[in-house]
Design a protein. Structure first.
Length: 296
């Protein structure tokens, strides 16, 4: 990983240099607004993708999975990840750009085995450069992923291990229409192992949340309905559709609260397509289940 930092830094600096005029024009302060430089911002200009299985976040899911290798298997999927802002320059609540760090670990456990065998773990780290101009927002992210099979799975199943590791650049744009957000873009995997890994990914989707609260929990907070649908087409699998959908309730402090607090979600989720789990990327899977996740 260390040997990649220098080329990653060079590429990131090149991207920043190319984007500087665009970002400057997009975030030019008005005559009455003055640009502000904010270190370590606690919010994000480009909101995370609710239904993307590989978006850095904290979550735990109980899933029922069907695949060619495993029929009707109970899986626990967990994620430990977050986005952190390094620096933000803004000229208003809805205008500016931000550079940060996004990192996560995604792991899956087979609940049908005596010791809940670890199946796969994906490690990602990236540097997102995001911007917002009123209802428009975007994210350019340079990131690395490596994937590893669990020891117990290796011992019990003796699979053919794939040394999956790659670097990619992701470009996404989004437009807000009230409580609906549409987004689209893609990725290019420019350095990878194995050598025959597909290099291009088309990425589309939407997020929606209800304007009105579904119910209140006393003075603790309120819940509202949310939906996310995420779709990808990857060169690796003849551009077969990878479809992920989540629907459920988001719990947040009641309106008027002056103390910042974390949101959390109780969601039903569904997935169909080639596996989002690194070591099994060539396997066609279908799963459904329930998830609890922090944030969006």
């Amino acid at each position: 990983m260390l040997k990649l930092l220098k080329p990653l830094a060079i590429l990131l600096s090149t991207l920043l240099a190319q984007l500087s005029p665009v970002l400057h024009a997009a975030t030019m302060p008005t005559e009455t607004a003055q640009a502000e430089l904010i270190p370590l911002p606690v919010t994000m200009l480009f909101q995370p993708l609710r239904a993307d299985p590989k978006e850095p976040r904290f979550f735990v899911s109980k899933l029922r999975v069907d695949s060619a290798a495993n029929k009707d298997t109970s899986i626990a999927a967990v994620g430990f990840g977050e986005h952190f802002g390094f620096i933000r320059k803004q000229s208003g609540p809805q205008q500016g750009w931000q550079l940060g760090l996004g990192a996560a670990v995604f792991a899956q456990f087979n609940l049908d085995t005596p010791s809940d065998d670890l199946l796969n773990a994906d490690y990602t780290i990236g540097f997102p450069l995001s911007w917002r101009q009123n209802s428009w927002s975007g994210r350019i992210r340079l990131y690395h992923q490596s994937s590893h099979l669990g020891d117990e799975y290796l011992l019990n199943q003796s699979p053919q291990r794939i040394n999956l590791s790659f670097e990619a650049v992701e470009v996404l744009f989004a437009r807000d229409f009230g409580n609906l957000r549409l987004y689209g873009g893609g990725e290019n995997i420019f350095s990878h192992e194995p050598a025959d890994l597909g290099e291009n990914i088309l990425h589309l989707g939407f997020d929606w949340n209800s304007r009105e609260n579904a119910f209140h929990i006393g003075r603790l907070g309120a819940a509202r309905w949310v939906v996310g649908v995420d779709a990808k087409r990857w060169d690796q699998n003849n551009r077969d559709l990878q479809l992920s959908a989540k629907i459920g309730l988001e719990f947040a402090p009641r309106k008027g609260s002056t103390t910042p607090a974390q949101r959390w979600n109780l969601l039903l989720e569904y997935y169909d397509g080639m596996s989002p789990y690194g070591q099994f990327y060539a396997n066609d899977v279908n799963y459904w289940g329930v998830a609890i996740q922090l944030g969006i």
